[in-house]
Design a protein around this ligand. Structure first.
Ligand code: SF4
Length: 301
């Protein structure tokens, strides 16, 4: 290749990368580009985040801070430039993923069978059925929620109650058939009285979810409620703050947090925000959200 051709190729690649970045920022809801001279603000935090890690806050509570006159705190700017040691990241389990779709689907079925006999945490004592997941092993879109409820425990299938019916309508409004997507939970057994799973229960069950996701290799993950994000990314931030902003699972799969359908049954006015989040997901999947907006409005969801 001649020198001018090399230059043209390089410029084309730079342009492609710049376009991809701008599209990514636009998809994430940032309406203007960050300026290097501006101080960072909460609204301009990086939109594409690595999985956050849990670490104690550095700021002492007001009750524990020394009196200002005795020990003034160092200027904030000095603290901002002090390099911090890297916080420990949770170890990524090594997962053997078969090469072919058929072999991955077979391993998924095998894993469901393993889960059905699991006694790794106390939740097995009160379950009627394990709830592994439902949907296509070839799904591009995976929904991750917290855990089974009473109906799911009775039937062994995720999202079969009223919240499940609402989720099905949301999926249909996106233009998908119910079984074109995949739906699963952080824990596969119902926590008693539908309480949130305890950290040790989540830790025991998460390897199943990580393997499910490795086998499915979706293009996008949607977390329904905060527990899914906590399980996958280790973030304990509230769902109200997180929803609508893209995260990354394992540094490569876009993850969109949004409200849980059960919450929407109690707070139907929040459906608009969920639909905004799902429109971002549709764009990420190469679908046309505008074409579906009318349909969503007609469905009232
Ligand atoms: S919740 Fe998960 S780890 Fe606990 S018993 Fe059920 S399948 Fe096993």
């Amino acid at each position: 290749m001649s020198a001018p051709d090399d230059l043209r190729s390089e410029l084309a690649e730079l342009a492609r990368q710049a376009r991809a970045w701008v599209e990514w920022v636009a998809d994430s809801g940032v309406d203007e580009l960050p300026r290097a001279t501006e101080a960072p603000s909460a609204a301009r935090q990086p939109v594409v985040e690595q999985p956050p890690v849990t670490a104690p806050s550095e700021d002492a509570s007001p009750a524990t801070q020394p009196p200002v006159a005795v020990a003034p705190r160092p200027p904030k700017q000095a603290r901002a430039v002090t390099p911090k040691p890297a916080a420990p990241r949770r170890a990524a389990p090594s997962i053997d993923v078969p090469d072919t779709p058929a072999a991955r689907a077979a391993r998924l079925a095998e894993l469901a069978d393993e889960v059905s006999g699991c006694t790794k945490c106390g939740l097995h004592e009160t379950r009627q059925n394990t709830v592994f997941g439902r949907g296509s092993p070839a799904a591009k879109l995976v929904f991750v929620s917290e855990g089974p409820g009473a109906n799911e425990d009775a039937q062994g299938v995720p999202f079969v109650g009223k919240a499940g019916q609402l989720l099905d309508r949301m999926i249909a409004a996106m233009g998908y058939q119910r079984d074109e997507v995949y739906i699963c939970n952080v824990v596969k057994c119902r926590p008693p009285r539908n309480r949130k799973p305890e950290p040790d229960e989540m830790a025991a069950c998460l390897p199943y979810l990580h393997e499910q996701l490795a086998l499915l290799e979706p293009q996008v993950i949607v977390c329904l409620g905060a527990t899914g994000v906590e399980g996958l990314l280790g973030s304990s931030m509230g769902i109200t703050r997180m929803r609508g902003t893209w995260k990354l699972y394992r540094g490569r799969i876009p993850l969109m947090p949004t409200f849980h359908p059960a919450y929407l049954l109690r707070q139907p006015e929040k459906k608009r925000e969920v639909w905004d989040d799902l429109q971002q997901v549709m764009k990420r999947l190469g679908m046309d959200p505008k074409a579906k907006s009318q349909r969503s409005g007609e469905d009232g969801d």
